[in-house]
Structure formats: C-alpha cells, structure tokens
Write a protein that binds this ligand. Structure first.
Ligand code: 1CP
Length: 375
C-alpha cells in the first residue's frame, strides 16, 4: 500500500529504515507496561496557540496545508521543539475521510469546516464512493506520516488518527459544526437502516485508512468520537459502539495479515461517561477521557487492565502556573502514575498561552517522578 513516495523537491521517502526510537515512554504506557514517569501529550498540540503555527498556516488554505506532506511534517514537529512532549500527532484533520468519499469540504477561516452539499436525503448516499482506494485518495496523509517519522529522528513516537463513524456522519449531514446535531440525529430516528449503511461504509474506509497509516509509519492510532455526547446510552450502543469495536478488531486483524506492527489503539469518545465500562472492553489498549469524569471513578469503573488518557479541563490552562501544577498533581494522584497517559480532556484552544502548556507538561513529568519514588 505505502509504495515509494516522492515529496516536493526532496529525496525519495520510504516507510523503511526509520530512525531508532529514543523515548518509548508513551508506547510503554499504552501497552500497559511500567514507566519511569507518566508520559504526556496534548490533543491539538499542533495548533493556533503557537505563533509559528499561525505563520506556517497564514497564507494557505487549510486543506491545501493538509495535502502538503512538508507542511504537515513541519506543523507536527513545531510543538516538539518547544515542549518535552512524549508523543507527536500527525497534523491533518478528521474531515479528509468525507473528502475521500467524494464530498467537498472547505474550511472557512474563523468559522470552521463547511460542506457546500451535505447529505440531505437517503438517496444522497448513492453519490458517495462505495469503495475508496485510500492509497489514491489519502496517500498524501501517508506521505506526511512517513516524512515525519524520518524527520522526528526517533525523538518520540508518532500517533496517527481518524474520526470515528458517528462523528464523521454527523458532519456529513449537518454540513459543519452544530449545537444540537438535530439533522444528523433525525437520520438515526427516521432512517436507522440507511444510518447503519453509512456507518458501515465509513467503518470500511476508516479501517483501510488506519492500516495505511501504520504501513506509512504511525506507531499508535487514536480514534476520535468527538460527538458521542450528543447521543444517549441506547443510541451510543446502536450507532457508535459496534462500529468502534469493529474498527479495532479489523485494524488489528489486517495489521497481522500484512505483517505490520500491531500498534496500540486509543479511543476517545468525548462525553460518553455513560459508556465507560463498554469502552474499556471495546478492543482498545487506551481509553481517552474528557474532564467530566473523576479519575478515581474511571479507574473503579474500568478496571486495572486498561490504560487511561486525559483528562484535565483544557480551560485549566487559563489558571496561574502554580494552580496548573496543583491541578496536575491532583490528577496524577487520582489516576496513579502507571497505566496512564496525561493529556487534556479535549484539544487546546487558540488563545491559550504556550507558557502555560509548558507548565502543564513540566508538572506531569515532575510530579509523576516524585510519585513513583514515594510509592
Ligand atoms: O486553520 C486552522 O488551523 C483551523 C484549526 C484546525 C486545526 C489546527 C482544524 C479545523 N483542524 C486542525 C487540526 C486537527 N484536527 C488535528 C491536528 C493534530 C493535533 O491534534 O495537533 C486533529 C487531531 C484534528 C481532529 C479533528 N478535527 C477533530 C477531532 C478532535 C476534536 O477536536 O474533537 C474534529 C472534531 C475536527 C473537525 C474540525 N477541524 C477544524 C475545526 C475548527 C473543527 C471543529 C469544527 C466544529 O465542530 O465546530
């Protein structure tokens, strides 16, 4: 799948002979192994809160940036130059998958993503590509991953990602962000069978897309079910969980079949506090948590066999550095320093101070080392 790749003006970049990994703390924690300290990264760590990100992004359309492996690589590496994060996440967006299915998506500055022709009727499903060759449609993401793996020089592991089926379906029907998701939820009530068909189509593309990312060099995968909170427990059980489960199972099977590394997988279903027990048994090594869940409760409900990731309220980064340190210490005490990856409960916002992000990372490293010594 990941054939030879030529990137603009640079030498041939192959997904082979990657530099040796120097810091495997994140991967060890994701695999449930002991770590010397708690690894940390932030969702949206490559983002507008960094002046260098704004500069790189300034003159170019968002999806043109996503299609440039060099730009994606540069944006992925920028936060690593500032902070001792224990993982990198490839710069891209979840909405490249609806594009691969044939839908137009544009990013309107200051507003967000917009689909000029969202799905309105069940018949619109026929307009979607029923089979997607991910190497053709999304090869630019694979190239970005391969290039970044080389340019990371083994500093930390690289995470690949995809949106989960329900979250992608909701954008494809709403045509952009939405407060209520009323149009997408109307499909679940009015057209359950067509909803299943769409979710299955998305599942198939996502599986190939994630396997392709590993072939290209991704060392872990995260699935973002960012809109889980719009559903209740019953709809989650019908329209999210089976597809989330199927993705983990199919990805792992295909990785084995293709003799690729069976990398750890993370599921982040935002606001799905009603489904923690199910998520713990959905086939993922790591479950990401938003900030509405108490660390102790999550541990109690999800058992010891699972690695947890999260979950500081992103808005806590508006507090003083002293307060951030105090909150991180409390979070670490709640989760324990093992089988745990520190992160925020959702992505960083554009107006956050890079210095406070640094304070968050430093506090995790400092207190988890202390914590380990005192245990
Ligand atoms: O011009 C810009 O820079 C726009 C801001 C931006 C950025 C930095 C968007 C638009 N996407 C991204 C990058 C991005 N998106 C990453 C990069 C890697 C990193 O984390 O550093 C990732 C992982 C995503 C994933 C993504 N895109 C999600 C899932 C995570 C989440 O936030 O829940 C979602 C829901 C999107 C859709 C999206 N893309 C962009 C915006 C503003 C949105 C949200 C739109 C909305 O629902 O209102």
């Amino acid at each position: 799948m990941a054939a030879q790749q030529r990137t603009e003006g640079s030498a041939l970049i192959l997904p082979t002979e990657f530099p040796q990994l120097k810091n495997d703390t994140f991967l060890r924690a994701a695999q449930g192994k002991e770590t010397e300290y708690t690894p940390v990264w932030c969702m949206r760590q490559a983002g507008r809160y960094l002046p260098e990100f704004r500069e790189t992004r300034a003159t170019q359309d968002f999806f043109a940036t996503c299609r440039s492996p060099e730009k994606c690589c540069e944006l992925t590496l920028q936060p690593l130059r500032r902070f001792p994060f224990d993982a990198a996440i490839i710069f891209s967006d979840i909405l490249v998958v609806p594009q691969a299915l044939g839908m137009e998506v544009v990013m309107i500055p200051g507003k967000g993503p917009s689909f000029p022709e969202p799905l309105k009727e069940v018949e619109d499903l026929l307009k979607l590509r029923q089979k997607v060759d991910v190497a053709t449609e999304l090869g630019y993401v694979f190239q970005a991953i391969t290039l970044t793996r080389h340019k990371l020089e083994g500093k930390v592991p690289l995470i690949g990602f995809s949106g989960a089926p329900w979250t992608l379906m909701s954008y494809m029907i709403e045509g952009g962000g939405s407060k209520t998701m009323a149009k997408a939820k109307a499909w679940l009530y009015r057209h359950p069978e067509a909803s299943h068909r769409l979710l299955t189509l998305l599942t198939n593309v996502i599986v190939d897309y994630l396997v392709g990312q590993v072939a290209a060099g991704a060392q872990a995968l995260q699935l973002f079910e960012s809109h889980a909170g719009h559903l209740g427990p019953e709809q989650f059980a019908e329209f999210c969980l089976p597809f989330i489960r199927s993705i983990a199972k199919q990805v792992k099977n295909k990785l084995r079949e293709e003799s690729l590394p069976v990398v750890p997988m993370i599921v982040f279903a935002k606001d799905a506090h009603y489904a923690l027990e199910d998520l713990a048994e959905s086939g993922y090594e790591v479950v990401g948590l938003d900030w509405t869940i108490r660390p102790q409760d999550a541990r109690r409900r999800m058992g010891k066999g699972i690695t947890l990731q999260g979950n500081l309220d992103p808005c806590a980064l508006y507090a003083s550095k002293e307060k951030i340190e105090e909150l991180v210490k409390k979070m670490l005490e709640g989760f324990g320093s093992q089988h745990y990856i520190a992160n925020l409960g959702h992505g960083l916002y554009p107006d956050m101070s890079p210095e406070h992000v640094g304070a968050f990372v430093d506090a995790v490293h400092k207190h988890s080392r202390h914590f380990n010594k005192s245990c």
